[in-house]
Write a protein of this length. Structure first.
Ligand code: SF4
Length: 231
């Protein structure tokens, strides 16, 4: 019996890691470990798919058939557009230069400061204690951390607001400060960019019993003030 003819695909560097091909043709494509580029990891038997369904699945023309016969483009089938694909939407990016240029520029500025990294762990805070109060001032993340995909996905530089929950726990002498990111586009960078979890939990023990807690968040400055009244 003759061998089954196989078709092989390839993915170009222009892939924007939108996941479409991996979701629609999971037996042919998968994401690389960094979730930055799809990989055509397996040849597929001729006839299993119309190659144009695969090629048109990609919104940025990154997929090509490199082994196998490509039939003439079918009439009536349409290429998936960037609007219909699961591509991250443009953020508030107004710089229209190519993403590679913006990424190269970001790299030339060097490492981010440790304080911005602390913010993503809920560690960037100061505490002032008075006879009647503890006054915490938390700085929340203000910038989306640097990563190649930040530019490739056209993500904004300004960090979306974190959701915040502040609670008193245990014997009334410990406060819990939780913060988490809900923005789905920026969250995709978590686990890719350095030191970028999608949430933090800070537990702070106090030496006095607490009567009440009030909070005030300033979104323009991304500052969270927590006033804790002692009993
Ligand atoms: S469909 Fe195109 S852009 Fe999206 S992951 Fe696959 S190759 Fe990359």
């Amino acid at each position: 019996m003759a061998d089954m003819p196989m078709e092989t695909y390839a993915v170009a560097e222009t892939c924007i890691a939108c996941d479409a091909c991996c979701n629609d043709f999971g037996d042919v494509f998968k994401m690389n470990a960094e979730h930055t580029l799809a990989i055509a990891y397996a040849p597929v038997a001729k006839g299993r798919y119309d190659p144009w369904d695969i090629i048109y699945d990609c919104p940025v023309d990154a997929i090509s058939l490199i082994k196998g016969e490509l039939p003439p483009p079918p009439e009536g089938k349409k290429k998936k557009s960037t609007e219909t694909a699961a591509v991250p939407e443009p953020g508030e990016v107004t710089d229209s230069r190519p993403w590679e240029v913006r990424w190269a520029e970001a790299q030339s500025k060097g490492e981010e400061g440790y304080w911005e990294r602390f913010k993503r762990y809920g560690e960037a805070y100061v505490l002032e204690e008075t006879p009647n109060q503890y006054r915490f001032r938390f700085e929340l993340p203000s910038r989306v951390p640097e990563h190649k995909m930040k530019y490739k996905w056209n993500l904004p530089d300004k960090m979306p607001d974190y959701k915040i929950d502040v609670k008193l726990n245990g014997d009334g002498k410990r406060i819990l400060v939780k913060g988490w990111l809900e923005d789905a586009r920026v969250k995709r960078l978590c686990g890719m960019a350095n030191s970028f979890p999608d949430r933090f939990l800070r537990e702070i023990d106090l030496s006095h019993q607490v009567k009440e807690i009030t909070t005030n968040y300033n979104p323009a400055e991304k500052i969270l003030d927590i006033i804790v009244n002692k009993q």
